[in-house]
Ligand binder design. Sequence first.
Ligand code: SF4
Length: 265
Amino acid sequence: MSNKNNELEEIVSELATYLRFQKDMGIKSVFRGIKKKSEPVKNEERKQSKNPEPESKMSTNEDIITIEEPSTLFDGSKTMTLEEIREEIGDCTRCQLHEGRTNLVFGAGNPKAKLVFVGEGPGRDEDMQGKPFVGRSGQLLTKIIEAMGLTREDVYICNVVKCRPPNNRTPEPDEMSTCEQFLFKQIRTIKPEVIVCLGATAAKSILRTKNSLGSLRGKFHSYSGTKLMVTYHPAALLRNPHFKKPAWEDMQAVMKELRLPLPKK
Ligand code: SF4
């Protein structure tokens, strides 16, 4: 009986936390249900239709991707500090994205973070300020981090490409393959317990997959032994509030993995 009571208390606590999260993000009505989709979502969040239906079920062992860090990048090399990685990037002209940048956006946060968020690339505000996720999407990411009981100073935030793609287009494959070495080095240095890929572009780059975001999210993959969760980019959450429920489920799974208590305000 007491087990059942504990279970009920946990469910009520999780529900209360979720509703507070929704409220924090400006949602004034409760989304009551999602019709399950038989096919995975076909396109990444940039191209999603106006009323897509997210897959909210947490998968356990299907389609788990396990990938090692690129051996050619690290074979015999020592782990660099974040400062050394930034120095190595320098005033980078390795790909065409350098042409339009105002500031290179390296990354920010705790160099010993247990949790690293990875987006695809800087936008206009980030390019202007030289900091990751500081625009509208960044403000929402801050709310998500705070809903997890953390601050931006507790986590590390970076992108696959360090320079803004023109008109916020998706980075080209050659741009990502040129720049991603620095992301891999950042991850190796920070050694987080969990990586969260924000959006399909970051996930596809790290996991070397063409799978859709809908089929990737909701379960832990593995990058070089580190648990990796894929979830919606905050920009997609701003465009479609229906994604907030599955995104919060993803973050709750991350919180459990990090042994974080559900916040009780
Ligand atoms: S995106 Fe990366 S590789 Fe391209 S110029 Fe910027 S730092 Fe260099």
